[in-house]
Design a protein around this ligand. Structure first.
Ligand code: T5A
Length: 227
């Protein structure tokens, strides 16, 4: 299915910038450093007077955490479409029950560890459903709300595998995939960055944590200057 311009028309961002409240997501492969770097970013934002709330996807609500266990324990065994709808269900719940409410509070930054771009890449490209279908699933309220800003932490396959090895956890679904799968995901994130060029900022994340953290903060400061 071809992606059409019309598919982007329904998407919007929360109207909360006037209250200095922002919706930000981190994206990237396993081991890109999303959880690590977003903690540094959170600490930085607090020094700037923001209230900060962090959610991970899938998860973030009681229902979402149950779905997280269900999905991640079944990955690769579920139908790709079932997986896509499950991620979307958890996301809809998180948006309505938590994200929108938190964004109503002034000077608040809601940070997501993964969001719609993960579905576009992992289900749309990795599982061959096509990005068009994923956009279609997200074309209705509340799923049609996008972050104001997304940091795409960019690493290569070698760095990802190295970091996962160092972390020493048992091999998960992702680590069992071959290089071809990973290349599809790289291409997928590239397409996402082009499709949403205003929102998605690519951060070279192969350097040390401190350098990557500084890159993210610089990017954030640029974003604030430009809005
Ligand atoms: N998924 C999710 C979908 O398929 N569709 C969807 O719509 C959604 C929302 C989630 C899985 O679900 C899939 C994608 C995923 O496969 P998860 O367990 O939450 O699973 O996996 P990740 O989000 O990828 O979490 P990871 O922990 O694997 O990756 P992170 O958060 O990017 O990496 P992090 O910060 O934990 O760092 C990993 C290791 O590297 C080190 C850290 O200390 C850690 O040991 N590290 C660095 N080392 C050197 N230099 C740096 N700059 C470093 N940054 C981190």
């Amino acid at each position: 299915m071809q992606i059409t311009q019309k598919q982007f028309d329904n998407f919007q961002v929360p109207d909360t910038i006037k209250n200095k409240s922002f919706f930000v997501s981190f994206e990237g492969f396993e081991g890109a450093g999303k959880s690590t770097i977003l903690k540094y970013f959170m600490e930085y934002l607090k020094t700037q007077g923001f209230n900060v709330v962090v959610f991970r996807e899938p998860g973030g609500t009681e229902f979402g955490e149950k779905l997280r266990d269900a999905i991640l324990s079944q990955r690769g065994k579920l139908s790709a479409l079932a997986e896509a709808y499950l991620f979307a269900s958890a996301r809809a719940e998180l948006l309505e029950k938590m994200i929108f409410k938190k964004l109503e509070e002034p000077s608040t930054v809601v940070i997501l560890d993964r969001f719609i771009d993960s579905s576009l890449v992992y289900q749309g490209v990795g599982a061959n459903l096509g990005m068009s279908l994923i956009l279609e699933i997200h074309s209705h309220y509340p799923l049609n709300y996008l972050p104001h800003l997304t940091f795409l932490l960019d690493i290569d396959l070698e760095t990802s595998r190295d970091r996962m090895k160092k972390r020493g956890t048992s091999k998960d679904y992702f680590e069992l995939q071959d290089d071809e799968y990973f290349k599809k995901l790289i291409e997928g994130y590239r397409v996402v960055a082009q499709m949403f060029a205003n929102r998605v900022k690519i951060i070279d994340a192969k350097s040390s944590e401190v350098i990557v953290k500084d890159r993210v903060i610089e990017c954030w400061q640029r974003y604030l200057r430009d809005i």
